[in-house]
Design a protein around this ligand. Structure first.
Ligand SMILES: [Zn+2]
Length: 260
């Protein structure tokens, strides 16, 4: 397949990921011939402490969960990436990256990416912005895990996942308890209460968000604070352009995230 037809094939896919969508046509033309489109099932490991990632992965319609691995095979969530970011830029041997919401991805071999990035400043900037956003996210999640109660954190988590993957979330209570670092019995009690109040509906392995407005009231402030952090694609915009962008409206009059 020639480079041009490969680019045409991937064009829609590039636009489905926001950091790829922020690249210039020139950078896309150089990167596209090395990209592969992949589909991954829920639970697919992208990297682990034993096997660091050999690829840079751009989620298109899916969600990657990054956990701090414990000795028993579980792990607390320290980050996540949907189509607003990319993962695999760090030679990370302390976390684990797992597909939490199945879907499609674009991947490029890490070695290939870095040899292109040596020549193309935009790619280095993209990597830097994704890493920076991930670090900010990890700090926010560490503070959230230390400071906020389980119900507030569960509501924050449900909102963040449903923002990226829709209102039907395929996760067991066991998985969520592990990601939040709480006891399964505690999580079950809270989920039961939320179901009684018609905020969510769950059956084994599926949670449906029914009342986002109520979830926002119950979630800790971390949800809003994290949603207001600049996403990687926005960080990629040169500073001079940002200086000229209009000020954001007052936070109290901003529409809720779900209605944007
Ligand atoms: Zn919090």
């Amino acid at each position: 397949m020639g480079a041009q037809s490969h680019i045409a094939l991937l064009d829609g896919a590039f636009k489905a990921n926001r950091v790829l969508g922020a690249l210039s046509d020139d950078a896309v033309a150089q990167l596209a011939p090395h990209m592969m489109k992949r589909s991954f099932e829920k639970g697919t490991p992208l990297w682990s402490e034993a096997q660091p990632s050999g690829a840079i992965t751009f989620p298109l319609s899916s969600l990657v969960s990054i956990t701090w691995a414990d000795l028993l095979g579980g792990g607390v969530e320290v980050g996540f990436a949907g189509n607003d970011s990319a993962v695999g830029f760090s030679a990370d041997d302390v976390t684990r990256g797992t597909v939490h919401v199945p879907g499609t991805f674009l991947q490029v071999r890490a070695e290939r990416f870095w040899s292109l990035a040596a020549e193309i400043a935009e790619l280095r900037l993209m990597a830097e912005c994704c890493r920076e956003a991930m670090l900010t996210q990890a700090r926010a999640l560490a503070a959230c895990n230390a400071l906020h109660d389980v119900q507030a954190r569960l509501c924050r988590w449900l909102l963040q996942v449903s923002d990226r993957a829709g209102v039907e979330i395929t996760s067991t209570q066991e998985e969520i308890a592990q990601l939040l670092g709480v006891r399964r019995t505690t999580l079950t009690l809270i989920a039961h209460r939320l179901q009684q109040d018609q905020v969510i509906r769950y059956r084994r392995g599926l949670i449906v968000v029914r009342d986002r407005a109520r979830l926002r009231e119950l979630a800790c402030g971390c949800y809003r604070e994290m949603a207001e952090q600049r996403p990687p694609a926005e960080r990629m915009v040169p500073t001079v352009t940002r200086l000229w962008s209009p000020p954001k409206p007052d936070r109290d009059v901003r529409p809720p995230l779900g209605s944007r």
